[in-house]
Structures are given as structure tokens and as C-alpha cells.
Write a protein that binds this ligand. Structure first.
Ligand SMILES: [Zn+2]
Ligand SMILES: [Zn+2]
Length: 333
């Protein structure tokens, strides 16, 4: 089967690999679409703390069941909940398996879906409603991150919100905020293409490259600053303004992963009685809610999607690294 293989830092090849063989409790899936995630870019750059080459990446994907599922018939359109939790550590036993002490992911810690076929544990398979395209089905995972971030943040309708970053996660967070009742979502971004998509999706945008972010946010929030600031950019420039754009007792929600630990001004956290919340992946319920959001069609998520052939993978990864005009790149397998 055709596979996109990570071999070493910035070394990706398209290879013929043998089909995965399933054992009891596993399901074989024919992959339809697989997305490239920020964490895949970290793997590609050789800086991911766990991923080891050679690896078939891909943890956000859709496809159809070939064989092995105990209840879903072969041919069922599905996505996969890619978290592999140990099941016996304290977080797992307390109902927080998504922050398992030894959390692993399909496509990071073992072979994933950047191939024609993938095998996964049967209990990770989730059916996609027939009304949803397989292309959007591959977008459930990033959208679930947005759902998890907003649900965990404590956001209430009427709260003033700022989202830093108009990449897939930033736009998913912004979309979920809108879905959950925000009348205005302010999105801060420096990349012109991403800024344009944020505008098309109906968000209030601030161009971080040319505008005074602090002043604009103050203006857009009637002089009071934001109740919530979601950091989905994880860029050093955000860490310096994040605490400034929050009002007293506001909340910073950290969704993006910084490449190097950022400096946080704890004096601002103290003086303004701020709250800082961390967000890691999602729970199963978030996938279900993400499915309802996609089904509702309330926002044109297709605007965020680009697709490519797996044969072009080496060039696609190079282009993504250079910051090309893409929000979410999907390989059509
Ligand atoms: Zn992802
Ligand atoms: Zn665990």
C-alpha cells in the first residue's frame, strides 16, 4: 500500500509498504482523507519529543471500515478517536484518560493514517453520519480540540473573547465560540492568507503585523479588555500580549503548544487576579459535539480545507514549513 513515511528530520518519502495485519480487537480502515497537524510538523522537523522514525504519521482522518469491527458493518464511514491511554494511571482512573500520564496517539507513537490502510483498536472507531462528507469527517479531530477548549474554558455567552492565531485550531476555537453564542469573536493573526479566511468566516480580525494589538482589542471591547484570550498561536509574540489584553479576573486559555517554554509574567496574573487554563486534546464527548457542529453547516468549514495527492507529500511538507497559503492540508488517500 502507498504510504507517506517520515524517515528523519525534513525527510519524507512516499513508499510501498505491506498492508497492516489485524489481530483480535483491531479494525482495518481504508483511509479516505488524512489531515496534516501542527504536531506532524513538529515530527517532520525532528523536534517531537516522542515520535520515532520510520513512522507513518496521521491521527486526524476519515475512511471506511474494511473488516474487523464487532458491530459496525464493513463499508461504514468512520473517523477514529486517536488517543491511546494506559487505563490504570491516576488521571485515567479519575475519568481524565485524555491527559493520561503516558498518553500516546495513533500516528505519533505508532503508525497512523498517512497510508491507504490503517489498523486501529475497535473501541477507537466512531461512525460518521452519512450526511457528512468524508473530507469534513477528517476535520472532526481538530474541531474537537476547539470544542474541548471552549467547553473547558468556562466561556459564557456575552463574554468578550480574543483568539490568537488563525490556523486550524484558532479558527476551530473561534467557530466553536460563535456556535456556543459569541456575537463577536476577535481573531489576531499576522499571516495575510489566514487573516483573509478568518474575515470570510465572519470574525473580527486584527492584523498583528501592522496593527497595535493591545489598542485594537481595547477598542473592540469598549475599553474593558477581554474576558477570555485563547492562545492558539503559541508564538513568542503572543506570550507578551496575552496577559495585557485580559480584563481583571480574565482567563487565558492555552491551546497551542509552544516549541520552547514561554516566559509568563506572573506579576500580571497576580495583580489582575487572572486565571490560566491549559487545554490538551479532547474527550470523546467533544468528538460527538464536533460532529453536530459540522452537521449543522452553520459555518463554511470547507473554506479551511486544502487537499493534495499523497505523491506530493515531500513538497507539501516543505511548503507547510515555509508557511504557505493553507489552513488545513488534507491528503486524499
Ligand atoms: Zn491533530
Ligand atoms: Zn493513563
Amino acid at each position: 500500500m502507498k504510504s507517506i513515511v517520515y524517515n528523519s528530520a525534513q525527510e519524507i518519502s512516499v513508499e510501498e509498504k505491506s498492508m497492516p495485519e489485524i489481530t483480535a480487537g483491531e479494525v482495518l480502515i481504508k483511509v479516505a482523507y488524512v489531515g496534516v497537524c501542527g504536531s506532524d510538523m513538529n515530527i517532520y522537523q525532528g523536534v517531537h519529543p516522542r515520535a520515532k522514525a520510520p513512522l507513518i504519521m496521521g491521527h486526524e482522518f476519515s475512511g471506511t471500515i474494511v473488516k474487523g469491527h464487532p458491530t459496525l458493518p464493513d463499508g461504514t464511514p468512520v473517523t477514529v478517536y486517536p488517543l491511546l491511554s494506559c487505563g490504570h494511571c491516576e488521571p485515567c482512573l479519575s475519568g481524565y484518560a485524555h491527559v493520561c500520564n503516558t498518553l500516546r496517539l495513533i500516528g505519533i507513537d505508532c503508525d497512523g493514517a498517512m497510508a491507504e490502510y490503517v489498523k486501529v483498536p475497535a473501541d477507537k472507531v466512531m461512525a460518521i453520519p452519512q450526511t457528512l462528507s468524508l473530507k469534513l469527517g477528517a476535520f472532526l479531530e481538530p474541531l474537537a480540540v476547539g470544542v474541548h477548549a471552549v467547553r473547558r474554558s468556562g466561556y459564557k455567552p456575552g463574554d468578550r473573547v480574543v483568539v490568537f492565531g488563525a490556523g486550524p485550531i484558532g479558527l476551530c476555537v473561534a467557530a466553536c465560540l460563535k456556535y456556543f453564542g459569541a456575537s463577536r469573536v476577535i481573531v489576531v493573526e499576522a499571516h495575510p492568507y489566514r487573516l483573509g479566511v478568518a474575515q470570510k468566516l465572519g470574525f473580527t480580525t486584527i492584523d498583528a503585523a501592522s496593527e497595535d494589538v493591545r489598542a485594537r482589542i481595547k477598542e473592540y471591547t469598549a475599553g474593558v479588555n477581554a474576558d477570555f484570550a485563547f492562545d492558539c498561536a503559541a508564538h513568542p509574540s503572543v506570550q507578551t500580549v496575552l496577559m495585557d489584553v485580559l480584563k481583571v479576573q480574565g482567563t487565558a486559555v492555552i491551546v497551542g503548544s509552544y516549541k520552547k517554554p514561554p516566559e509568563v509574567d506572573l506579576l500580571k496574573v497576580e495583580f489582575k487576579e487572572l486565571t490560566v487554563i491549559g487545554i490538551r486534546v479532547y474527550e470523546r464527548r467533544d468528538f460527538e459535539i464536533a460532529t453536530s457542529i459540522l452537521e449543522s453547516g452553520f459555518i463554511d468549514f470547507d473554506l479551511m480545507l486544502s487537499e493534495s495527492s499523497p505523491d506530493k507529500a515531500p513538497e507539501v511538507f516543505q511548503d507547510l514549513l515555509r508557511g504557505g497559503n493553507t489552513i488545513k492540508m488534507l491528503f486524499k488517500m
